[in-house]
Ligand binder design. Structure first.
Ligand code: MOS
Length: 694
């Protein structure tokens, strides 16, 4: 089995991102930056009905509007639309204004149907059905272990809680979309995507074009967080417009559409009961959860579809448990994977109830976790993190901080599987002048994949990262899987290792130089003569790993007059396996924590009961953390090189909101059971505000 070099020169350094200059200079071309000759704007007409039977779409006037080169209905014939924002028709034209004008000229005949957009309404049997053949609320799927009722009866201490988390919008800075050209020679799509080959295959299938005639390119990408792990409707629509208009079509979604139609993190409503023995050992858990994936259930009648189901009892060992989970459909866009699917809500529910138990047992929350967490790694991280954070000095009895601005601390742990694989292949081209090109059909979402590839290549060949040209983001390069599940670094690194090892071997064969690395490199390459050396490498077992653990500590200030929560500090200790690129690893951790702060305090998709529309569909009204909201982040990369390369994009965002919620409860002495922890909810928890919080 291959192994990483013991002594590492490039791997693990804080090398600059290889694409930093291109990004800073504005030279990096994103999907919306490409301008193929004669390109047109594309735009989508979306349903303004949360539910309706659409009987006819008349494109005559729109087609004849000035500047319009193509107009089409997304589907032929009668259809039912099920949310405000579902795609109906599309146009391509020479300017944005021409398209906007033409959209208004499309005549849609439709019969509005009753709809429901809120979970608590939708679960009532009397509510309008989202899917005609199925009740909105599915039958719960029950998973049972041990003898739960007996265990509860035997527990001296039992706590109960009801915790809710909202629907979240991914809001990557770069919206969804693509520029697509469909000619007789095939389809080229410059797409913003987490899955090049997935988009290629979906387009081929959709457009009935062979896969070898579809090329997807995504050299730079502005984030996806899971919402770009499949080809959206905007891909095939742009392609069809391009064919009809005989010109490339740029179809990037406006921010409003991002709130409607390209995915979200489902809500959860978790009723949890937890029982423990007198010494704080967890004995019994009952969890009932429902939440909404929008229309994403597709009308299934049982269980929690669309990532609504949370892993329970999450990271803890509880011998007896009963878990019942179901999804509830509403007339809203479907959920999609969202940075660590189902884990952040699981963490919020489980870590909240655990702190309730700690309060009841009068036990230190860290102690309680050390007692019940079966992961040795996390226990070590708790000890290390508590030390750095100053937990012992900072932890006070809940509510004991003097007001009016109270301080509090909290902690939470996480897990994520990660791992690598997915048949990733890498091609290495060694040129006679010693320059190297590494090619892989993976994609860099902005996470640093190119930098990872350059560092691994440089390590293996004894070169500097800047001697290696990394090329990703094109289906003409060797295949790789989607960038989801925090698997990219762990998938590409072993394939780069293998390609470079094969290159060295081949170089030796062709030139006779026994070890071409480092200072022998240029001389050896010169001996190649005219032709460059091209070899390929495959994913290799043994060089990457998964199953990471992490812990976070939060310190907050809560103003009991205004209800305003300020996060003062986050300490994060994260198992990172073998760190390849320290800088981008740290950036992932910072980003994940910041996203967790948004989940804890600000973010929530709001639906209007009467119109069925998303009420906060832009970055002014959908609150993301900004610089002023970001605390001191003390980051400890808990390196375990023996585990191999591990992705950490998702694990780092899992426990943040739970740690913050626990810190707020510790400050106040009462708990805010719903995310986001808004000033209104804080005041309500303090009994200072009687306004409804729904
Ligand atoms: Mo992630 S939600 O697997 O992009």
């Amino acid at each position: 089995m291959p192994s990483w070099p013991e002594k590492r020169v490039q791997i693990g350094t804080r090398a600059q991102r290889v694409d930093a200059p291109a990004k800073v200079a504005g030279a990096a071309k994103y999907a919306s930056d490409v301008q193929p000759e004669g390109w047109l704007y594309g735009m989508i007409l979306r349903s303004k009905w949360p539910k309706a039977k659409v009987t006819r779409i008349n494109l005559d006037k729109a087609s004849q509007a000035p500047g319009i080169k193509a107009a089409l209905a997304v589907r032929e014939g009668e259809r039912t639309v099920r949310y405000y924002g579902e795609e109906l028709a599309a146009v391509a034209g020479t300017s944005k204004q021409a398209c906007l004008d033409a959209l208004r000229l499309i005549e849609v005949e439709a019969t509005p149907l009753p709809f429901v957009v809120r979970e608590e309404d939708a679960r009532e049997e009397s509510s309008p059905r989202v899917w005609d053949n199925a009740p909105n609320l599915a039958k719960p799927k029950v998973v049972e272990k041990g003898d739960v009722d007996k265990a509860f009866a035997d527990c001296p201490t039992v706590v109960e809680g009801f915790y809710t988390t909202p629907v979240l919008l991914h809001n990557p800075l770069e919206t969804h979309g693509n520029t697509v050209s469909w000619t007789d020679d095939g389809v080229t799509a410059w797409a913003s995507t987490q899955v090049l080959f997935g988009v290629r295959d979906a387009l081929a299938n959709n457009l009935k074009v062979p896969q070898n005639q579809v090329r997807v390119i995504c050299e730079y990408m502005g984030g996806g967080f899971g919402s770009k792990l499949s080809a959206g409707a905007e891909s095939a629509i742009a392609a069809r417009l391009s064919k009809a208009a005989k010109a490339p079509v740029k179809l990037m979604l406006p921010r409003f559409d991002e709130a409607l139609a390209v995915g979200n993190r489902p809500s959860t409503f978790q009723k949890i009961e937890l029982g423990a023995s007198a010494d704080g050992k967890l004995q019994a858990l009952e969890l009932e959860n429902y939440g909404t994936p929008g229309i994403g259930s597709g009308g299934v009648t049982e269980g929690a579809s669309g990532d609504v189901g949370v892993p329970a009892p999450f990271i803890y060992h509880v011998p007896n448990s009963r878990v019942k989970q179901a999804s509830v459909a509403v007339n809203a866009g479907s959920s999609r994977p969202f940075r660590a699917p189902s884990h952040p809500p699981a963490s919020f529910g489980m870590e909240s109830i655990l702190d309730e138990l700690a309060v009841k047992l009068k036990m230190d929350p860290v102690e309680l976790r050390l007692k019940n967490d079966p992961s040795e790694v996390r226990c070590k991280e708790y000890q290390l993190g508590a030390e750095r954070f100053g937990w012992k000095e900072k932890y006070k009895e809940p509510g004991s901080s003097p007001g009016p601005v109270k301080t509090g601390v909290g902690c939470a742990g996480s897990t994520w599987w990660g791992g690598g694989g997915k048949g990733t292949q890498v091609e290495a081209q060694v040129n006679p002048d010693g320059s190297v090109e590494l090619r892989c059909g993976t994609q860099d979402l902005g996470t640093g994949t190119k930098t990872v590839i350059a560092l691994v290549g440089a390590e293996m060949l004894g070169l500097k990262p800047e001697q290696i040209l990394v090329r990703v983001g094109d289906t003409r390069f060797p295949p790789s899987g989607g960038s989801g599940g925090s698997t990219t670094a762990a998938s590409v690194s072993p394939a780069v290792y293998d390609a470079c090892a094969n290159a060295l071997q081949e170089l030796q064969k062709q030139t006779g130089v026994a070890d071409a690395r480092g200072e022998n490199w240029v001389g050896a390459c010169k001996k190649l003569g005219v032709n460059p050396l091209v070899v390929s490498g495959q994913f290799q077992e043994g060089l990457s790993g998964g199953g990471v653990g992490g812990v976070q500590f939060a310190e907050v200030e809560v103003d009991t007059n205004t209800g305003f929560v300020k996060v003062k500090k986050i300490t994060c200790v994260q198992d990172c396996g073998l760190v390849v690129s320290k800088l981008t690893c740290e950036s992932q951790a910072n980003g994940g924590i910041i996203m967790g702060i948004g989940y804890a305090l600000y973010e929530e998709r709001m639906m209007d009961r009467r119109s069925g529309v998303v009420l906060n569909p832009n970055l002014e009204t959908y609150k993301l953390p900004t610089l002023a909201d970001i605390p001191e982040i003390d980051l400890v990369l808990f390196e375990m090189p023996e585990k191999g390369v591990i992705g950490i994009g998702e694990p780092v965002t899992i426990p943040t909101a739970a740690a913050i919620a626990n810190a707020v409860a510790n400050a106040l002495g009462v708990r805010v059971n719903s995310l986001p922890i808004t000033p209104e909810r804080v005041l309500a928890a303090l009994g200072k505000d009687k306004l409804s919080t729904t």
